[in-house]
Design a protein around this ligand. Structure first.
Ligand code: 3QA
Length: 230
């Protein structure tokens, strides 16, 4: 079984590379992919760079070039649901693209013909996550994650995303990775730890908490990897 582990920023995969210790680096299309073996599981690890376009490229490359059979994403997110505090983990049940808009033609936000407004993640990977959380005594919430090519730092945009999609958290890569994996029949799991709450002080909180929250997410992902079949 070959597992892909993606983040968007270097900080999101640094704790994972540290944990696997040794790896082989390969450069493809302006990205570096790190191949490693952890506990008998073959891993391909990469950060995509920020946003839907780069994360699409990385997810596709992991699947088509490296033959990744399961995709795990680890990173940080802006919290929408007030129950989510900085450092809390959220598992995406489903994701949407909050900035995809052909509503001029009567379609709902996030929808294009041939696609769907929401894309679901793999139920058995989600179940594994909740098993691991229970074992670790860690609180884990499931919910909807909204993805768009914007760092949201304003209450109006946040309110729009909450009311339009009932989203619990937002970020910039999850939905694009999920769409790629869904289209290519690769089970996908998206985990995020909250770094800010997408309000006016989002960039300050992000700078302060992104590294610690990224590590919370990465550590949890590695616990899951330890439980995956080799
Ligand atoms: C955005 C990162 C991108 O990969 C999405 C973090 C956390 N809070 C968010 C928010 N709105 C949207 N997304 C997020 N990630 C950070 S850009 C800063 C880059 O600095 C999730 C996320 N409120 C790089 C150095 O200049």
């Amino acid at each position: 079984m070959k597992i892909g582990i993606m983040g968007a920023m270097p900080e999101e995969i640094a704790p994972i590379l540290e944990k696997v210790g040794e790896y082989k680096s390969t450069d493809i299309a302006d990205n570096t992919y790190y191949e490693a073996n952890y506990n008998g599981v073959d891993l391909v690890i990469a950060y995509s760079k920020i946003g839907k376009v780069f994360s699409t490229l990385t997810a596709s490359t992991m699947i088509h070039h490296f033959g990744v059979e399961t995709m795990l994403f680890s990173g940080v997110a802006g919290g929408i649901n007030p129950a989510l505090k900085i450092g809390d983990l959220i598992v995406a049940d489903k994701l949407c693209q909050h900035d995809l808009d052909i509503t001029a033609f009567g379609h709902p936000h996030g929808f294009v013909p041939g696609g769907s407004q929401f894309v679901e993640t793999d139920a058995s990977l989600r179940k594994l996550a909740f098993d691991v959380a229970k074992e670790m005594g860690v609180a884990l919430q499931g919910g909807t994650i909204a993805t768009g090519d914007q760092f949201v730092h304003n209450p109006e945009r946040k309110a729009f995303i909450e009311s339009t999609f009932s989203a619990d958290a937002l970020e910039m890569e999850g939905a694009s990775v999920a769409v790629v994996c869904h289209s290519l029949n690769v089970p996908v799991f998206i985990l995020r730890a909250i770094s800010d709450t997408a309000d006016t002080d989002a960039s300050f909180n992000f700078d302060e908490f992104m590294e610690s929250s990224a590590k919370i997410s990465a550590d949890f992902i590695m616990k899951m990897v330890e439980r995956l079949e080799r």
